[in-house]
Design a binder for this molecule. Structure first.
Ligand SMILES: Nc1ncnc2c1ncn2[C@@H]1O[C@H](COP(=O)(O)OP(=O)(O)O)[C@@H](O)[C@H]1O
Ligand SMILES: Cc1ncc(C[n+]2csc(CCOP(=O)(O)OP(=O)(O)O)c2C)c(N)n1
Ligand SMILES: [Mg+2]
Length: 437
C-alpha cells in the first residue's frame, strides 16, 4: 500500500488537487485558486464570513467506521453549517491535513473526494489548504469555510426576542443516535466483516472508474496479528471498485464489492465484487451480508458518518427575517442555550413535537423512546439549523425548506436565560471536548 511517506508533498498535492476539480466558471468569484501562496476570493458584500472546524482521528471519527470520504463529507458539512448559521452563502473552503506519514495515500485522496463532492454541492470550491506531518497515529483534518452575506446583515445568536417562534430545519438526534449505535457495536454501512483481529485492517480500494466522488471502501477492523479485514465497497460512481487490502500480519481479507455507480456517500451493496488486493484466506469475522443495507438504524449511522445538513436554509431564513440562527453541533439544548444566553431570553421547547416529530420513528425503534428523546435534546453533530423567527413568519413558504416549529421565545423573568422543555429545565448535557474527557 502506498503511504504518505512514499510521496513528496508535491506528489501528494498532484494527487489531491485534481480531485477538487475546477473553480467556478465566473473567474471573478475565485480569481486565484490553489497553487499560489494564498487564494483570492471575491467578497461581493464587502465582508467575509469565516469559520473553521477540525476533526481528530479516534476522538472525532474512527477508521473502523468512517472512510476518508465520510470524513471529507462531514468536515465540509460541519463548516458549511456554521456559514449557514450566520445566514450566509458558502463561497469557498480551505483544508488542512496533518497526518502520520504512515497514512495511506488513498485515504488522503478519498478525503479530498468527500470534500470535493460536498463542496461542489454547496457551490463552495476548495481553494487551498495545507499539509503537515504528524507523530505516529495522529491524523487531524481541519477546514475553513468562507461565505458571503449577499448584502444582508449577519444573523447572530443574540437576536432572539420574546414572542419569536423557534423552528428547526433538518433532523434532530439522528447523528447522536447513529453514534450510540456504533458505540454499541453496530457495524457501519458497507462494512463487510471485521475479519477477526489483524494488524492492520486494510483500506478498501477506490472505485476503479471513479470519476468525481468515488469513494474508497471501508477497511476491516484489524487489531493484532490475525487475518486482515475485508475490503469495503468500491467507490460511489465508480464501476468495478477493487477489493480491500488485507491485514499486514495475516492473511488478506476478501475483496469488497464494486461501487454502485450512484451518487451519495456510499456505494450500494450489490456492486460487482473485486478481487482482494492482498490474497489469502478471507477474514473470519461477521458473516457477509450482516450489514446489508436496510438494517435497523442504518440510516442513523449513515447520517452520523456523513451528514447532509440543510446549509441552503441559512440564507433563506435570513431573507425571511430570522432574528437568530444556530447550528446544532453540540446538542439542541446546549446550542439553543447559547442563543438564550446571547439574547437574554428563555427558549421553551415543545416536548410533544420533539417526541412525535423527531424522536419517534427509526430513532425510537433503534434506541427506545427515552434514549431517542435524549438524543434529540442532547445529541451532537446534527448540524441542522435552529432559527428564531418573528411570530407570524410564514415558515411554510420558505423555498424548499421544511421548518418545524419546536418552541417559543419568552422573557427571562427572574430566573435568567435558559432553555426549558414544557417549562422545565431538562437534564440534557451536550457535547464538550474537554469536560469529563
Ligand atoms: N482557539 C480559538 N481561538 C479563537 N477563537 C476560537 C477558538 N476556538 C473557538 N473560537 C471561537 O469561539 C466561538 C465558539 O466556538 P465553537 O463552539 O467551536 O463554535 P461552533 O459551535 O459554532 O463551531 C466561535 O466564534 C469560534 O470562532
Ligand atoms: C469516535 C467519536 N467519538 C465521539 C464523537 C462525538 N463528537 C465528536 S465532536 C462532537 C461535537 C461537535 O464537534 P465540534 O468540533 O464541537 O463542532 P463545533 O461545535 O465546533 O461546531 C461530537 C458529538 C464522534 N463523532 N466520534
Ligand atoms: Mg463544539
Amino acid at each position: 500500500m502506498q503511504r504518505l511517506r512514499d510521496l513528496t508533498e508535491a506528489e501528494l498535492l498532484a494527487r489531491v488537487l485534481p480531485v477538487y476539480g475546477g473553480l467556478p466558471a465566473d473567474p471573478r468569484a475565485v480569481p486565484v485558486g490553489p497553487g499560489d501562496d494564498a487564494a483570492v476570493l471575491a467578497a461581493p458584500s464587502g465582508s467575509v464570513v469565516a469559520t473553521t472546524d477540525g476533526m481528530v482521528a479516534v476522538r472525532d471519527w474512527r477508521d473502523e467506521w468512517s472512510t476518508g470520504y465520510d470524513v471529507g463529507v462531514k468536515l465540509a458539512a460541519q463548516n458549511l453549517a456554521d456559514v449557514a448559521a450566520m445566514g450566509a452563502r458558502p463561497t469557498g473552503l480551505l483544508v488542512s491535513l496533518v497526518a502520520d506519514p504512515a497514512t495511506p495515500v488513498e485515504w488522503a485522496v478519498d478525503l479530498a473526494r468527500g470534500l470535493a463532492a460536498t463542496a461542489a454541492e454547496a457551490g463552495a470550491p476548495v481553494v487551498g489548504g495545507d499539509v503537515s506531518s504528524a507523530p505516529e497515529g495522529v491524523l487531524v483534518v481541519t477546514a475553513t469555510a468562507l461565505g458571503d452575506l449577499d448584502g444582508r446583515a449577519p444573523v447572530l445568536r443574540s437576536g432572539a426576542r420574546p414572542g419569536d417562534v423557534v423552528a428547526v430545519c433538518g433532523s434532530l438526534g439522528r447523528s447522536g443516535a447513529g453514534l450510540a449505535l456504533l458505540l454499541g457495536g453496530a457495524a457501519p454501512p458497507g462494512a463487510r466483516g471485521a475479519g477477526g483481529p489483524g494488524e492492520a485492517g486494510g483500506a478498501g480500494g477506490p472505485g476503479e472508474v471513479g470519476g468525481a466522488g468515488a469513494s474508497g471502501g471501508r477497511g476491516g477492523v484489524g487489531e493484532a496479528d490475525g487475518p486482515g479485514g475485508d475490503g469495503g465497497p468500491g467507490g460511489v460512481g465508480g464501476a468495478d471498485g477493487p477489493g480491500g487490502v488485507g491485514g499486514a500480519d495475516g492473511p488478506g481479507g476478501d475483496g469488497g464489492p464494486g461501487g454502485a455507480g450512484e451518487t451519495g456517500a456510499y456505494g450500494g451493496p450489490d456492486g460487482a465484487g473485486g478481487p482482494g488486493v492482498v490474497g489469502g484466506s478471507g477474514g473470519a469475522g461477521r458473516p457477509r451480508g450482516e450489514q446489508a443495507s436496510g438494517e435497523p438504524g442504518e440510516a442513523l449511522v449513515r447520517y452520523h458518518l456523513a451528514p447532509r445538513p440543510p446549509w441552503e436554509a441559512g440564507p433563506v431564513a435570513a431573507r425571511a427575517g430570522a432574528h437568530a440562527l444556530v447550528d446544532v453541533s453540540d446538542g439542541l439544548v446546549t446550542d439553543v442555550g447559547r442563543v438564550a444566553r446571547a439574547s437574554g431570553v428563555v427558549v421553551d421547547l415543545d416536548g410533544t413535537v420533539l417526541r412525535e416529530r423527531f424522536a419517534a420513528g427509526d430513532i425510537a425503534d433503534a434506541l427506545g423512546p427515552d434514549e431517542a428523546l435524549r438524543q434529540v435534546l442532547a445529541g451532537g453533530e446534527e448540524h441542522s439549523l435552529v432559527g428564531c423567527f418573528p411570530a407570524g413568519t410564514d415558515l411554510g413558504s420558505l423555498a424548499g425548506q421544511a421548518w418545524v416549529v419546536i418552541g417559543t421565545v419568552g422573557d427571562i423573568g427572574t430566573d435568567g436565560p435558559r432553555v426549558t422543555v414544557d417549562g422545565a429545565v431538562p437534564d440534557a448535557p451536550g457535547w464538550d471536548h474537554f469536560a469529563g474527557s
